[in-house]
Design a protein around this ligand. Sequence first.
Ligand SMILES: Nc1nc2c(c(=O)[nH]1)N=C([C@H](O)[C@H](O)COP(=O)(O)OP(=O)(O)OP(=O)(O)O)CN2
Ligand SMILES: [Zn+2]
Length: 124
Amino acid sequence: MYELRVTGDFAAAHQLHNVTEKCENLHGHNFDVEAAVEGEELNEAHVLMDFGLLKKHLREILASLDHCFLNEHPAFAGKNASSENIARFIAENLSERLLPLGGGVRVRRVRVWESARASAAYYP
Ligand SMILES: Nc1nc2c(c(=O)[nH]1)N=C([C@H](O)[C@H](O)COP(=O)(O)OP(=O)(O)OP(=O)(O)O)CN2
Ligand SMILES: [Zn+2]
């Protein structure tokens, strides 16, 4: 089994409901993100997949969140834009983008840090 990890970041605002009182207020974070993919077989170039392509996919997904008010983003309609739900959105979006690779490369985990001390991960 091989695992690749790439990182990225975005800045966004949100309000969280029913978590803690202070999170009900409009506020923002500089989110850090790590995406890990896995697979058993290397390709003809002896890599699981190109780091550049993986970073491009992650960059594009994070660009769709960057400088957004996440509560109004369609991905979080009817749910809190928590780190957990953000990680899930990124993982599902990335999984779709990896489908053309034929199933040999899967998303293993996406971790989202709201700060250096707090993060959540989603394992599809
Ligand atoms: N499980 C989760 N808990 C919380 C989330 C979350 O996404 N998942 N999010 C928040 C808020 O976004 C909040 O802005 C951050 O809360 P918290 O880490 O408590 O606040 P601080 O940045 O002020 O951290 P300190 O370490 O207390 O300075 C809350 N919970
Ligand atoms: Zn917050």
